[in-house]
Design a protein around this ligand. Structure first.
Ligand code: HT7
Ligand code: ZN
Length: 844
């Protein structure tokens, strides 16, 4: 496969003034006619006229009305063109009904829909399918279906046809078309300048009852972007469509967002509080792309973080504003440690702005998205809120309508602040997670904090230079009072000392407050110091972090030294749970433990070989000990879920249910899940029903409830995904692979649907001890299914290969078993480019 390099970027030789497309829809022979006005690009020296095209049957093509018969490869065609403006016309035939890869134009339950990011438009017609080629689009759809949608504003319709005109120039990856028997859930929004925008959420018949929340989330997002970023919506209509077969969460096509139905449809009976929160965030994310991604797009796919990092940062700000900021920050840190750190410190490690790729779809990663967002957060912290706002205003003013780079982005900050950000830019080019080591000195009223940074070698990068790391620090006195408020230290050297003078006694430092940088902090705190911070830290993030590290150290000692759960952790948790002043959601997070996979990473970092069963046992033992230690509080905590008001997914109610259900999980370890059985029987919403069912399954019970759940929800695809995932997720280590295998034989296991495939195979990979069963049954089962899925849906297959990315942490036997499966996948004939690239990176 060909490798593409950032350094080789050259602009396309032609500009596109307009695109006219006509679709004659037919399941197996859709005709796409294009009429495109090109003119030579004065800024480009290479005038090669190459049009991408894949899986297209060319019917005819012409330039300025004269037919041509171009030579076509599996990638597209190169044509000789006039050295002046010209009109390209072509007619191609495509087969959406057989498009199982879900890229380009495909069908889902009889509905036509598209997914063009990153390189799907080339499966629709011949075109310069690259993000720096922008044009206005007019689209006519001919088809015998009641709803025919595309980007922009409606510009005409009649029996069996509709026309759409998008006045905003856009790259082809933002093109979208939807056609089918859909029902509109309408809404309305008046913009800051008083324009009325028609909103619609389009769903399949039967899903009408799951639209209210998504519509409200959209309206809130539109208002928030006006209030906080001054960004107004720019079309007369905004359409969202829910689709069952979709490779990712959602797609920000201009004026016509397409969503995985799991990322937009919600009702209290069928969705958990966590589902609601995720849906709200994804709707906001896609909407915010209208400015950060669509109006200002990326010059090339290496700049993906330009739109994704910024938009994730913006959606996180939105969630913090409308829910709880500390809870959101903690959730994001948990997610970063669980998904991005393993990526950044393993064989798939790559810079936030990669320098090469074979298949761009493999770079829609936690590093590009989440570390990309953390970089924006650091920049904001370093320059301050006011300068951040000014820089963003300048960004929108200077670059509206352009396809930009990270250099453009950094420059607006340099121009607004007069800061030299060249060292800061290393965050985009250097892969790997920096480790910051803390040492302290106390001398006669002066506290000296020495911070050292180090980043391990990562694939392709042996030399690492110091990065600019904003470290937010506060100091606490021995009685728990804050003696120095939070201050942001700028760590720019490999090692640097910071002094705090005039202190009466040696303080306890609270370091990396609010998780001010995506780094691993190595601070040799004693259990007592961590317990002190857990009790007193005035920074909510670090207070939680203190509990988390205390839990981790406790577990590691249990694993390595056969220790019993320590009193510091147990008493610390008890005190937090007793503190009725603390937000219930926050207390629930305090009850969380590091994931088993994170414990494996922590052991590996200490030079130990993680034993998945020993890790699992330690977690079970600590959970049991915690349940016993806090048992007197559990009935009261569980009663938090008894909310009299009607169900609402808001942060307040969700927080109470989260704490109540965390208490239920502990109670189930003491009462044989009797209370869980009661909750299951009485549950009036999915949050209560599913958490009760998970407690039952963990207790080795719940067979009857699993059956009634199936009967109750068999008709609901999204709930059935939960039914599949829960059984695998809750299975004991010894049975996980067998449970997963049995479920793959279930009549409802539609493996070509990415949500269903992920429900089983994703849950298998996430069940740490089950996946890593010593006989390799988990590895073999996943590999079997990846091999089966690859020819059908390479994108989803390749993404799921990352389940194997941590393989070098484990013992030699497990490594041999995983290597054998990876090799088996790699040697599969006709393996996709997507999966080939992933497997070879993981193996190397
Ligand atoms: N910009 C989108 C990324 C994307 C995608 C979405 C759905 C299916 C396939 C996709 N490939 C790339 C989603 C986002 O970040 O908002
Ligand atoms: Zn995005």
């Amino acid at each position: 496969p060909t490798t593409i390099y950032l350094k080789d970027y050259t602009p396309f030789g032609y500009l596109v003034d307009s695109v006219h497309l006509t679709f004659d829809l037919a399941a197996h022979a859709t005709r796409v006619t294009s009429r495109i006005a090109f003119r030579p690009n004065p800024e480009a020296s290479d005038k090669t006229f190459f049009l991408h095209g894949e899986d297209l049957k060319l019917i005819r093509a012409s330039i300025d009305g004269a037919d041509i018969t171009p030579e076509i490869t599996d990638k597209g065609m190169t044509v000789v063109t006039p050295d002046a403006p010209f009109i390209w016309e072509a007619e191609v035939e495509i087969d959406p009904g057989n498009n199982t890869a879900l890229e380009g134009l495909y069908m889902s339950n009889g509905m036509y829909c598209t997914q063009c990011e990153a390189e799907g438009f080339r499966k629709i017609t011949f075109y310069p399918d690259r993000p720096d080629v922008m044009s206005t689009f007019t689209v006519r759809i001919n088809g015998d279906l009641p709803v025919l949608l595309s980007n922009g504003n409606p510009s005409g319709k009649g029996e069996g046809w509709a026309e759409w005109t998008d006045p905003w120039p856009k790259p082809a990856y933002l093109f979208a078309l939807v056609a089918g028997e859909l029902i509109a859930h309408p809404g309305q929004f008046t913009t800051m300048s008083g324009r009325d925008v028609e909103l619609n959420l389009w769903v399949r018949p039967g899903d009408e009852g799951k639209c209210d929340f998504g519509m409200e989330a959209l309206r809130k997002s539109m208002k928030w972007d006006e209030d906080v970023y001054g960004r107004e919506y720019d079309l007369d209509v905004f359409n969202i469509v829910a689709v069952d077969d979709f490779n990712m969460g959602a797609m920000e096509n201009k004026g016509l967002n397409i969503f995985n139905s799991s990322a937009v449809l919600a009702s209290p009976e069928t969705s958990t509080d966590a589902n609601f929160e995720r849906i709200e965030a994804i709707i906001a994310h896609e909407y915010f792309h209208n400015w950060t991604g669509n109006r200002i797009t990326c010059r090339d796919w290496f700049q993906l973080c330009l739109k994704e990092g910024l938009t994730v940062f913006r959606d996180a700000q939105f969630t913090s504003d409308i829910r709880s900021a500390p809870v959101k920050r903690i959730e994001d840190a948990i997610d970063l440690c669980a998904r991005q750190f393993p990526e950044d410190n393993g064989p798939l490690s790559h810079p936030v702005r990669p320098e090469s790729f074979q298949e761009i779809n493999n770079f829609y990663t936690a590093t590009v998205y989440e570390k990309g967002a953390e970089i924006i957060g650091m920049l904001k912290r370093l320059v301050g809120d006011e300068a951040y706002s000014k820089a963003l205003d300048l960004y929108f003013l200077r670059h509206d309508g352009q396809a930009c780079t990270i250099e453009d982005w950094i420059k607006v900050f340099e121009d607004t602040t007069d800061r030299d950000l060249s060292q800061f830019k290393r965050w985009y080019s250097q892969s790997g997670t920096p480790r910051v080591t803390v040492s302290e000195d106390w001398n006669d009223g002066t506290y000296t904090l020495t911070l050292a940074q180090h980043t391990e070698e990562t694939p392709g990068q042996s030399e690492k230079l110091p990065q600019v790391i904003p470290v937010a620090v506060g100091l606490l006195g021995q009685n728990g009072d804050e003696v120095r408020a939070t201050e942001v230290l700028e760590l720019t050297e490999a090692e640097q000392s910071f002094q705090f003078t005039g202190l009466a006694a040696k303080p306890v430092a609270s370091i990396l407050r609010d998780f001010s940088a995506p780094v691993i902090l190595e601070h040799d705190h004693t259990d007592a110091e961590r317990a002190f911070l857990l009790a007193h830290d005035t920074d909510p993030f670090n207070r939680w972090q203190a509990g988390r590290s205390l839990a981790q150290d406790t577990l590691l000692r249990m694993i390595l030294e056969d220790a019993t759960p320590g009193a510091d952790y147990l008493d610390g948790v008890l005190a937090v749970l007793r503190d009725g002043e603390l937000d219930p959601a926050y207390r629930a997070l305090m009850l969380g433990l590091p994931s088993q996979s994170e414990l494996a990473a922590a052991l590996f970092d200490r030079g130990e070989t993680p034993d998945p069963m020993a890790i699992w046992t330690s977690v079970e033992t600590l959970r049991q000990a915690t349940a016993q230690h806090v048992q007197d509080l559990l009935p009261r905590l569980h009663s938090e879920t008894l909310i009299e008001a009607p169900y609402s997914p808001d942060a307040d109610q969700a927080g109470k249910r989260s704490l109540g259900n965390a208490a239920l999980a502990l109670t189930s370890r003491l009462d044989g899940a009797a209370m869980a059985a009661e909750q299951y029987a009485a549950a009036g919403n999915m949050t209560q029903q599913l958490s009760a069912l998970s407690c039952l399954l963990r207790a080795g019970k719940g067979e009857a409830e699993l059956s009634t759940f199936y009967v109750q929800w068999q008709h609901d695809r999204l709930v059935m995904d939960k039914w599949f995932a829960l059984q695998v997720g809750m299975a004991s280590p010894a049975t996980t692979a067998d449970v997963a295998r049995t479920l793959t034989e279930h009549a409802d296991f539609n493996w070509k649907n990415p949500n269903r495939f992920r429900a089983v195979m994703g849950a298998l990979a996430m069940n740490h001890a089950g996946f890593h069963r010593a006989d390799g049954a988990g590895y073999a089962l996943l590999a079997d299914w990846l091999i089966k899925l690859d020819p059908v849906n390479p994108q989803t297959t390749a993404r799921m290969c990352s389940a194997f990315q941590t393989w070098k942490r484990y013992d030699a036997d497990r490594q041999d078993l995983i290597r054998a499966q990876l090799t088996r996948i790699a040697e599969t004939p006709d393996l996709s480019r997507d999966t080939t690239e992933m497997v070879s990176r993981i193996l190397n």
